[in-house]
Design a protein around this ligand. Sequence first.
Ligand code: T1G
Length: 694
Amino acid sequence: MAVAYTVRDGIAVITLDNPPVNGLGASTRLGIVEGIERARDDASISGIVLIGAGKAFSGGADITEFNTPKALQEPSLHTVIKAVEGSAKPVVAAIHSVAMGGGLELALGAHYRVAAPGAQIALPEVKLGLLPGAGGTQRLPRAVGLETALNMIVSGTPVLSEKLGGTGLFDRIVEGDLLDEAVKFAKQAGAQSGPHPKVRDRKIEHPNAEGFIQFARNSVAAIAKNFPAPHKCIDAVEAGVKNGFDQGLAFERECFLALVQTPESRALRHAFFGERAASKIPDVPSSTPVRKIERVGVIGAGTMGGGIAMNFVNAGLPVTLLETKQDALDRGVATIRKNYEAQVKKGKLTVEKLEERLLLIKPTLAYDDLAQADLIIEAVFEELGVKDQVFKRIDAVAKPGAILASNTSTLDVNKIAAFTKRPEDVVGMHFFSPANVMKLLEVVRGEKTAKDVLATVMQLAKKIRKTAVVSGVCDGFIGNRMIEQYIRQALFMLEEGALPAQVDRAIEKFGFAMGPFRMSDLAGNDIGWAIRKRRYQEQPDLHYSRIADRLCETGRFGQKTGAGWYDYKPGERNAQPSKLVDEMIVAYSKEQGVARRKISDEEIVERLVFSLVNEGAKILEEGIASKASDIDMVYLTGYGFPLWRGGPMLYADTVGLYNVERAMRKYAAQPNGDAWKPAKLVTELASQGKGFTS
Ligand code: T1G
């Protein structure tokens, strides 16, 4: 049942009831129109209330219908709004919790609107690469004024209902029972003779509309660099200001239909769904009971441990922070304080909040102090022997049912679990540095990790505002395993003819926040060096260019040593191409007998991105990741992959796997081509004309 129809005191109450957020799917849209017609034909009805059941008035168009015939099936949202607005009997929209997108547009079609305080009011379509497609660009400016409307439409940011109380959007902000108040309001309105006010008939008043619209265009230029939607939002509002409601509405429709086909919108919708799909684990039902997490223990107060602790403190959870030495513990707490003070300086945190949060941290040197923790996360030195000692000590003090997590980024979580007597309670929680900033959390599922442990960690991740993605156990899990192939290609290309600045520039132009060499200089070249040394031992047949080892042998570890792939002026962080390094690279190619050649930016981008795609395909084949969108969420939230391209797997679908495979075969025939055997899944999908995400 997507819509309920009841009558109270001569008022028809049409209740949207399409959980979870009353998305305006085809059956909901039909139910609303039928309700309006039923009220119309019933002489005993003097007015109509539209209200949402559950947690929202409406979260907008039902995005699960996007790119399906249902999305455009009549009655379309336009038809529904026309029926509401065209009703001779007054329609009162009663709003609570959420009125977003098409939900707000529906409410704008009503004659009156009453809202409970605290409701999130927004037209967030721009965040999906769209624009309000059911009159929002025309009605909202007439309800709240041009400036407020443009800000809301171009940013997509929600505004609380009470903040809009003084505008023409809400006739009343009601504190009492929303439905009672709305029915009363509808009765009063029904007693008055019509016609009832329509938002579309209002004027858009602004002393200098043209000037403000130009100002708005200038303001969005930066954020709109790779996204067409913000400018279209402004175009549609401007069309209404200049040419009136009907022409504005027609132009809005044209813009919407154009945007919904853009790769940028497909990418943004993919990311929207990917974010939500990531928390769904195929064999862990959403009904799986979760464990109570009220107290957290963190072992290690270094950069990672301190950042991890902050996540939980920020969510209001007390953290016992353990170190082995007092000075390390003091340093860790001082760093946390410094991080919060920086936020206070930026006005992002009050001093009171800072003190409140610091009070939630209990520094200690005693493992016994972890005995009450519901979750213990270790972030100690990345060496199996150290993990062994630490997990044996945790196992000895932790209470039954406590979840024991490792922040390891490279070690085998199954081996770590085996250090304890409770492997089913052990899980990997791989945070990304800086842990209190990066959204990505790789949840590494050991063979024995219990399902309720996974369900608990996934729910906790939402509480600490992380994008959690489940990974199986393999070297590097999802993100680092793929980035290793990306870096391998970057190094081969130096050997074959490219230079660091060219590689970085090409992939940054593609949209990566930072190219591989600037990124390595930032993280520290010695980290990659240690991984390669291990790799040479474990997989001696794996062909690697040794050019990065040469760099590290000279001590050029990057920003932290003032020189890496690039030179850095003392105290500065901007990367200057290094003549010395470039000469070293050219000499290395000569020494290897490699005739350097010009490598195009296109080849650089293909080899870097398709190396991610190929490894991602293998990760899917092995079941390390359960879905392609999980891999994309890892890259969008942890590795600076451009959001408007949707992640490596969606990007491969956009290019077409047939073309991706052909490129791989081309590179397989070149020097260093052994890395380019296409994964079986790539070949299979390409031959079927399918994609990873179709
Ligand atoms: N349609 C269908 N399902 C939706 C939905 C929607 N619009 N919004 C959310 N969900 C699902 C979501 O997938 C999740 O499902 C559950 O609801 C809870 O979501 C013509 C065309 C509304 C503020 O962009 O911002 O209207 O995982 O975890 O934190 O102009 O969801 O439980 O199965 O986010 O309480 C415009 C997007 C559409 C709103 C609730 N509307 N949604 O937040 O819960 S385009 C949006 C949100 C449009 C018109 C155009 C948030 C929320 P599951 P959640 P939440």
